[in-house]
Design a protein around this ligand. Structure first.
Ligand SMILES: [Mg+2]
Length: 69
């Protein structure tokens, strides 16, 4: 099911990039729901949150370096 939802989001992104009608918001919502369900199935919400924070912090550092801050 997750793979199907990700494929639907990919298709929506391609439609947007090609200037066609798209339902990106709907498909993003579907993927978020699937991710929430996966956290329940894999019992790893804490680990996912930790990885998320680490990656956001790394991205923030890179953006600051690029800006010369
Ligand atoms: Mg969908």
């Amino acid at each position: 099911m997750m793979i199907e939802e990700m494929a639907e989001l990919t298709k929506a992104i391609l439609n947007e990039r090609r200037g066609r009608d798209h339902n990106i918001a709907e498909e993003m919502a579907d993927v978020r729901i699937m991710l929430a369900q996966m956290e329940i199935i894999f019992q790893n919400a804490g680990e996912v949150e930790q990885k998320f924070r680490e990656k956001v912090a790394r991205l923030d550092r890179r953006l600051q370096e690029r800006r010369g801050v």
